[in-house]
Design a protein around this ligand. Sequence first.
Ligand code: HEC
Ligand code: HEC
Length: 283
Amino acid sequence: MSRGRPIMKSLYRSKRTIALRPARLYDNAIAMPALTFRICALIFAAGALLAQHAFSENDIEDGGRLYEANCSRCHGAEGNLVTGVDFARDKFLRASTDQDLVRVIRMGIPAAGMPPGKYSDFTAETIVAYLRSMGRAGVNNTPLGDPVRGRSLFEGKGGCLNCHRVNGNGSRLGPDLSDIGALRRVTGQLKRSILEPDAEILPANRFVRLVTKDGATINGRLMNQDTFSVQLLDSKEQLVSILRSNLREFTFAEKSPMPSYRDKLSSQEIDDILGYLVSLKGL
Ligand code: HEC
Ligand code: HEC
């Protein structure tokens, strides 16, 4: 849950420490005939991919962020811009196991223009987990419906604008979704936000319940707090600031104010809304 800080740190570290190192193993590898590699790759692909760690969706998101910061400029957001390589379809030139991919990510393929990166095993594995997720849950395989229908569901039947804001339209009660498609690359996770809003509430989206000394209850989104006071956005979108000395209770809400849409929308309608959300990449 409170992984926000470590994520930022690892991003920062990875950006700073990428340095060119010779990758001898790959220099040799490249000299071998490509056909041999294809055959090897096929044989390996038939074997099970060794999943040594179970990765949480958070880990995969971390991997996704590192991917965006360090890889997408060459490989593209959808992982298919380098010829012969398409992450979402598990298509590689020679790597096939997760270990191969970790090695490529750490050593690079300097002769072919892919830089090495100083990642720990675990960090490199989260990137691999993300690459694998691109095919499974990501851009190409999750059924994404029609974004135009999705938009009208979002604004109409779904009532999403009652709590969310998109490009200046709607309410500030819930998070602004104007660039949600760029922020959350794991589409499965977006879908879960709609079906099971309580499953994961990001720290930035915490809701609190305050009870003042004279017995009034205020629910709202926590905007800020310091030693003396608490600021929140109440259900009428008013910014409320209260002195802690006036409070009897301060609790984080366990449940999201957002209702589950599992029974409210058909799965086609959810897919359409997902198609719309994925298209929201900010202005
Ligand atoms: C400067 C451009 C560039 C960057 C940045 C880059 N790559 Fe690559 N990558 C390439 C090129 C070019 C190839 C194809 C190499 C070849 O032809 O063998 C490649 C190949 C790969 C392969 C395929 C290996 C195979 O056997 O087919 C993987 C996996 C990969 N990159 C992952 C990544 C990841 C993950 C990152 C970020 C941490 C990254 N790359 C960053 C250019 C880049
Ligand atoms: C009653 C208010 C309310 C309504 C209606 C509502 N949401 Fe939410 N939504 C929230 C709140 C509050 C959060 C933040 C807490 C959480 O993560 O559950 C949230 C979180 C989300 C997130 C996760 C945001 C993130 O940063 O990852 C998505 C995606 C989302 N809502 C989509 C929708 C869609 C699509 C609809 C309409 C079908 C909808 N919401 C309707 C209040 C609402």
